[in-house]
Design a protein around this ligand. Structure first.
Ligand SMILES: [Zn+2]
Length: 299
């Protein structure tokens, strides 16, 4: 309006706001609305200490918590053809991709890495829901195939963390083709006699649920994760009936025989180690001996 409101007041505000607590110091829980200290959230792997709500975490944060000493090596994924359909809605597909890359700092919606978990060598793939809703396009297909090939080459089990809104519509039929492609990749592991373990995280939906996310030798889910093909709202509108409480949530699916386990994220690592060592015919991990990266380094 005038010099004071336009110039002086913003300057004064900016000086005072700088003295406020730094950004990201507090995180609000989506489950119960409690303000949580950022450190506390990180220490608990994104699980609310008040209501046990499991927030979305990035593949990188997950891998850092999962691998011994937070050490893993990334596996390069072959680049698919860029924007083969020249797709455009409100924005061009390449622009959407670039924006997602800028926001997440990642190349695409899946990260593949190899390393040791509780001294058990593994290959891991994790889907990134913050990258275009983790949607399955050609890159994600390539990533799963690469992960399976690497697991076969190294004779290691494959662990996959799923999180996706489904197929990537910007790639049309090509994204749907990732369903049979990834199914063949899983079959390849099966023929090689290597375990394939799926950890379903919130939400895992659409074509992802209809392919590689439901083909694990062991199916584990995080608490209260939504796991479905068509979402509850779509089903409710179609059948015009009220759905039961907790429909399509992890606990409901466990009760109805769709899952083997529902595991708290903070206990996931220990559980994966036990299952993997059992399936790989390795001696059980000594209790209290995990992760012991220092002991490894001293050897
Ligand atoms: Zn909460």
């Amino acid at each position: 309006m005038n010099w004071i409101t336009n110039y002086v007041r913003p300057r004064i505000n900016s000086i005072f706001s700088r003295r406020e607590l730094p950004e990201n110091l507090w995180t609000k829980c989506d489950g119960c609305g409690t303000m949580l200290f950022h450190r506390e959230v990180t220490d608990n792997l994104g699980v609310c200490t008040n209501c046990r709500h499991h927030m979305n975490i990035t593949p990188r944060a997950r891998f850092t918590a999962l691998f011994d000493g937070g050490i893993f090596s990334e596996i390069d994924v072959p680049e698919p053809l860029a924007d083969p359909l020249h797709f455009r809605d409100q924005k061009k597909y390449p622009d959407r991709l670039r924006a997602a890359q800028k926001n997440t700092g990642e190349r695409e919606a899946m990260l593949v890495a190899t390393g040791e978990i509780g001294r058990t060598p593994v290959v891991c793939a994790a889907q990134d829901f913050s990258f275009m809703a983790g949607s399955m396009g050609m890159y994600v297909g390539n990533a799963i195939i690469k992960a399976a090939e690497e697991a076969k080459k190294l004779k290691r089990p494959l662990i996959l963390f799923s999180a996706a809104g489904g197929a990537r519509m910007q790639e049309g039929i090509l994204s749907l083709m990732q369903m049979p492609r990834t199914t063949v990749a899983v079959q390849m592991l099966r023929e090689a006699g290597l375990p394939y373990i799926v950890v379903l995280t919130h939400p895992t939906t659409g074509g992802v649920t209809a392919s590689y996310a439901m083909l694990g030798d062991v199916q584990i889910a995080e608490p209260n994760a939504l796991i479905c093909f068509a979402g509850p709202r779509v089903i409710e509108q179609t059948i015009r009936e009220k759905l039961p409480e907790g429909f399509q949530r992890a606990e409901y699916l466990l009760e109805h025989g769709m899952l083997d386990r529902v595991t708290d994220r903070r206990e996931m690592r220990g559980e994966l180690v036990t299952i993997l060592r059992m399936l790989m015919g390795l001696p059980p991990a000594v209790h209290g001996d995990l992760p012991a990266p220092e002991a490894d380094a001293a050897k």
